[in-house]
Design a protein around this ligand. Structure first.
Ligand code: DXP
Length: 260
């Protein structure tokens, strides 16, 4: 089980609700992923009248926790306003906080992010901040009151996978009590498995499933990848080493210790 702000979930996969070829495929893919948390853009939900209502009904039918996000917000003010609207609309104090700095890379504005998180937490929000893998930024977010921190693997929608493994590893080591989620840029189930193998509590992804040739099958593959990564982490991965060590003994027993 993984816990977010006191609520426990069996699945360690959080999934996005955008870019699917059809509403039916979106529902089937989310179900196949096993995710218990779905992130929803306020802009899409509020996009207008019947479209917004129909989309919201589809999400409701899934019986999952909703994590509204501030996707597309480019300033602290815009993100805070969007979070407040989302709280009204979705009836939750959870918010996935995005403050975007750059149109090409969709890189988070980490200064604005800390500022917006501080404002929202003081107002009673439980914030899931989308950030870079920088330790000092993560520390600032924790100091502001974030119990969850979500560093990127790579830019949103890039499918590159984990580009700075050492920095993500350091975050895990330095923030043992924080729920850490790798969010954005994952392209394959093996990328998700790597995040879980590093000890990350969960992953959040959207594009790699929604844009797959078969999103439902890919959602299932990511579910398995996440389960494999977590199982490996709990099993205790051996450390990599710079020298060879024969795995087949030439003499003696095939076991690592002698049987008396
Ligand atoms: C849905 C959502 O919140 C995205 O902004 C998220 O960051 C996932 O990124 P990918 O689409 O790269 O998986």
């Amino acid at each position: 089980m993984v816990t977010f702000y006191g609520k426990s979930f069996a699945s360690r996969l959080l999934i996005g609700s955008a870019l699917y070829p059809s509403p039916a495929v979106m529902q089937a893919a989310i179900r196949a992923s096993g995710a218990g948390i779905v992130t929803v853009s306020l802009r899409r939900e509020a996009a207008g009248g019947k479209t917004g209502d129909a989309f919201w009904n589809l999400i409701r039918e899934l019986d999952v926790a909703v994590l509204p996000n501030t996707a597309g917000c480019r300033s602290v003010r815009e993100a805070v306003t969007t979070a407040k609207l989302a709280r009204e609309l979705f009836g939750t104090s959870w918010v996935k906080l995005e403050v975007i700095a750059d149109n090409d890379t969709l890189q988070p504005d980490v200064v604005g992010l800390v500022e917006a998180a501080t404002i929202l937490i003081k107002d009673g929000f439980e914030v899931f901040p989308y950030c870079t893998e920088d330790l000092s930024v993560a520390n600032r977010l924790v100091d502001a009151g974030c119990k969850v921190v979500m560093p990127w693997a790579a830019p949103i929608g890039s499918a590159k996978g984990i580009t700075n493994r050492d920095a993500l590893k350091l975050l895990r080591e330095r923030l043992p009590d924080i729920t850490l989620v790798v969010d954005a840029g994952l392209g394959a189930p093996s990328h998700a498995a790597q995040a879980l193998e590093l000890g990350y509590d969960a992953v959040l992804l959207n594009t790699a499933i929604a844009k797959a040739a078969d999103p439902v099958a890919m959602a299932n593959a990511f579910r398995l990848g996440v389960e494999a990564g977590r199982t490996a982490y709990e099993a205790g991965l051996m450390d990599a080493r710079d020298f060879a060590s024969p795995s087949t003994p030439v003499v003696g027993t095939p076991f690592w210790h002698a049987v008396s």
